[in-house]
Unconditional design. Sequence first.
Length: 81
Amino acid sequence: MRVEVKLPDLGEDAPNEATVSFFYVEKGSKIKEGDDLVEMVTDKASFNVPAPATGTISEILAKEEDIIAVGETLAIIETEG
C-alpha cells in the first residue's frame, strides 16, 4: 500500500509552510512508524516529521531548501499488505 508523508498542520499561530532542512532517509530506506524522516524549519522553529507507517521509502518528492505548504506530500512509503 502507498502511504503519503505530508507536511502536517503546524498549529493555530504557525505559518502555512516550512522549508526542508534535510532528510534522515534515502529512497529505498526501510523505516518504522514513528521514525524521523525529515527535518523542517520555519522562521520560529525546527521540527521533525515522523513516518506515518512502517515500510520502504519509494519516493522522496521534496529536496533540501524546498518550501512546502501544509498538506503537500514530502515522500511516499510503500507498506506490505
